[in-house]
Design a protein around this ligand. Sequence first.
Ligand code: FAD
Ligand code: DHB
Length: 391
Amino acid sequence: MRTQIGIVGAGPAGLMLSHLLHRAGLESVVVENRSRQYVQERVRAGVLEQGTVDLMNETGVGGRLGREGLVHRGLELRFAGRGHRIDLFALTGGKAITIYGQNKVVEDLTDARLAAGGRIVFSAEEVSVHSLDSESPSIRFRAGAETVEVQCDFIAGCDGFHGVCRPSVPAGVLTEFDRVYPFAWLGLLAEVEPSSEELIYSRHERGFALHSMRSPDLTRLYLQVARDEEIGNWPDERIWDELQRRFATHDGFRLKRGPIVQKGITPMHSFVVEPMQYGSLFLAGDAAHIVPPTGAKGLNLAIADVRVLARAFSEFYTSGSRAALTGYSETCLRRVWKVQRFSWWMTSMLHRFEDENAFDQRRQLAELEYVVGSHAASQSLAENYVGLPMD
Ligand code: FAD
Ligand code: DHB
């Protein structure tokens, strides 16, 4: 098999890249090691920045997003028993976020690619990448008894944090920067009407909690738990009781309860690799960087990377210039580090840390008071939350 750009991974980064390349008249093959059903049912992020929504609309994959996405013009920061609304719309000159599950983004992009005759190989086994330092790299995988090789001009490593592309770069080329947090999020999906119209980020002495949603009858909730916590220790009643405590307000807020249909624990980690490229390999999305989910940025950052990458490939194939490809990493990293900073800051401001003392707790509350009380500070949160400019 031959193609121009071989893409490893059919997550948001790989699929959006393949879609953008197709629109630019370029060919790609996406190789994914999971089944189509598995990829589409994975429950993950849910907040789309304005720029991500605009990109989906501009490129013809915004139909269902327009019908089913929930546009939010504000969010709530809750602490010391009180809620404070951050008016994202007013503070950013008319920008908003849209609540739309990552699984739907993946489904919409997969449908669009397949309808346009795009090639996506699901359930590929033993995926590996070769000759990355040459102009004819390849992706190899097993399909049943057959070994398939995809010859490419370039490879895009969109295979997430645990993928094969980043570890295939020779030792000593990449520098890793990371921070591991001493806690995780227990995330769940419940069949119950949301208890608030907007997202609630709640800081509490017992730990952070987040109220989000997927639709008028599906609520998404998150709870800070210990990093090594096991889901078996959290029967549904315990989860609801703990959530109720962490969202409690002086005016008697009640969290609506319903059947929990999905739950899981995700450890929190900040990670960046520099540079995001080696030879003919370009890393994008979680393969190159991950953020703690408090800023709702992982998916949006993945989309921002592939937007830059698609443009760079397009420039190369139209003009022969490698300038944008050479500058890919530098262009992306400028934004990546700003988003890392914001995600770290939101995480630090809202979570309980094991080693914190009374001073740290007072400082955390003072920071929250400052953010909700100062126009400048609220505006800084808002402009980061709705999404920094794409370039
Ligand atoms: P991914 O979505 O990880 O896609 C990578 C794809 O590559 C996957 O389909 C994978 O199956 C495939 N792959 C992996 N290895 C191979 C291989 N060897 N060969 C071929 N294919 C391979 N962000 C938020 O903002 N809020 C959240 O609540 C949130 N929750 C999350 C929960 C979990 C459990 C995880 C892991 C992430 C979460 N994130 C969240 C982050 C967000 O989902 C990611 O940032 C986003 O998925 C990045 O997209 P991506 O395409 O770069 O990577
Ligand atoms: C959701 C996830 C997040 O990480 C976040 O900060 C806000 C909302 C969600 O899944 O809806």
